[in-house]
Design a protein around this ligand. Structure first.
Ligand code: PMP
Length: 450
């Protein structure tokens, strides 16, 4: 007669929440954010911190933009939701704007997050191959260290050991190749040569698995959370060539790099001539003001399998995906990015201000400084010759000391066991020159104190 009784008492529920959401656990001396303005937020003790990782690489326009808040409120007053099976005005307008920004005609499907945007991409890949006579092409290749999300499919593409293995087995059909990580390349040669060999490994895998089984390759143009890895742009071009040759769709995960972070509207645009089949986005799409994911698919791909009058269009329904208020926020966000010439600003100040951190390469514990736009990684080592990764305690010390000084920075967590040794700096793209000076001075002083 064992009847399992769930205990939903407030006390139990909240204590479970405390445990699961350790970010909010005061017992662990966590900082609780209360308000924010520009690049700064204030905690519940009145302490101010510069958010040097933009929340989670999403806060491109910083905290407290009244214009964005108004856009959300006005939309909610005008049309707070939308009738079933219909589109709504902000979504239609946003989809058009995304095509314009991507420089070609894309169809865009909206969802709730970056993870879901990638899930939708994987489904589109399967449907496209299924309905164009290649039903066997279901495998998805991604790269070690890449991050693509937290739901099971996206997590299966996420080849970061510590995040994934405890939820094994992954969804079948997800395979991984080495990234173009020239600092620790297993391929040898100079940076560009080893990057091109990493691209070659993709082709080897496609051949090995059989081209008729491989559906897509997913990549971030610049691996961000996995340690800020910035390949030669020739790598991205070579990857695209390989994908085209084998009828493998190229999915560009622009969840972090999209909307200006790297000094182009989208990261892939650094590689001349590249035009991915599918582009996924979230985070910077709304600057974090409301949740929204988007999966943009080249119209020629979508049109290849969607037949008018037949019930074979892409199905990806989620109640809140593409919420009108989120789309209105995204439109306002993009309007501000364009009006304030944020992309140019990132190029200019990324070089002029964050570029000063290049000097840290003189320090024995800094193995490599990697940066593009407002995305910067410092690969920390015990010494330059051995390249042994700096240990977790030292890494925590760097992050902790910066926090004591009022600066929040990140590090690659849970990427590869024993290799969580990259300090990550990625401030809001609207950070003032003083903000950027503060970041440079604080990070430099903390690292020099090691
Ligand atoms: N792709 C990349 C490159 C990301 O960094 C993230 C989030 N860190 C995601 C996908 C998943 O986005 P979300 O957290 O919105 O699901």
């Amino acid at each position: 007669e064992a009847q399992v009784k769930m205990d939903y008492s407030v006390e139990k529920t909240s204590s479970r929440l405390w445990n699961a959401m350790h970010r909010y656990n005061k017992d662990a001396e966590q900082t609780v954010a209360v308000s924010g303005e520009g690049s700064w937020f204030t905690d519940d003790n009145g302490m101010k911190y510069l958010d040097g990782v933009s929340g989670l690489w999403c806060l491109n326009l910083g905290y407290g933009r009244q214009e964005i808040v108004n856009a959300a409120a006005e939309q909610m007053k005008k049309l707070s939701y939308f009738p079933l099976t219909m589109n709504h005005q902000p979504a239609v307008e946003l989809a058009g704007k995304i095509s314009e920004l991507l420089g070609e005609k894309y169809q865009t499907f909206f969802s709730n997050s970056g993870s879901e945007a990638n899930e939708a991409a994987f489904k589109i890949v399967r449907q496209y191959h299924n309905q164009t006579g290649n039903p066997g092409k279901y495998k998805i290749i991604s790269r070690y260290r890449g991050y693509h999300g937290t739901t099971l499919g996206a997590l299966s593409a996420t080849a970061q050991a510590n995040r994934r293995v405890k939820y094994d087995p992954p969804v079948p059909g997800f395979l991984h190749v080495y990234p173009p990580y020239s600092y620790r390349s297993i391929f040898g040669g100079g940076a560009e040569e080893s990057d091109l060999k990493a691209a070659q490994m993709l082709e080897e895998m496609i051949n090995w698995e059989g081209e008729e089984t491989v559906g897509a390759f997913i990549m971030e143009p610049f691996i961000s959370g996995g340690g800020v890895i910035i390949p030669s742009t020739k790598y991205i071009q070579r990857v695209e060539d390989i994908c085209k040759k084998h009828n493998v769709l190229l999915i560009m995960d622009e969840v972090v790099s999209g909307y200006g972070r790297t000094g182009k509207m989208f990261g892939f645009m650094h590689a001349e001539g590249v035009q991915p089949d599918i582009v996924t986005m979230a985070k910077g799409l709304t600057s974090g003001y409301l949740p929204l994911g988007a999966t943009a698919v080249k119209s020629e791909i979508y049109d290849a399998f969607k037949e008018e009058g037949k019930n074979n269009h892409f199905r990806h329904v989620s109640t809140y995906g593409g919420h009108p208020a989120s789309c209105a926020v995204a439109l306002k966000n993009i309007e501000i990015i364009e009006r304030e010439k944020i992309v140019e600003r990132v190029n200019d100040l990324g070089e002029k201000k964050l570029g000063k951190l290049d000097q840290l390469i003189e320090h024995e514990n800094v193995g490599e400084v990697r940066r593009i736009g407002f995305l910067l990684g410092l690969e920390m080592v015990t010494d330059k010759a051995s390249k042994v990764p700096l240990d977790e305690l030292k890494m925590a010390e760097i992050v902790g000391k910066c926090k004591q000084e009022g600066l929040i920075i990140g590090k690659n967590g849970d990427t590869v066991p024993g290799q969580n040794n990259v300090i990550i700096v990625a401030p809001p793209l609207t950070s003032t020159e003083d903000d950027l000076d503060f970041i440079v001075e604080t990070v430099s002083a903390v690292i020099r104190s090691l």
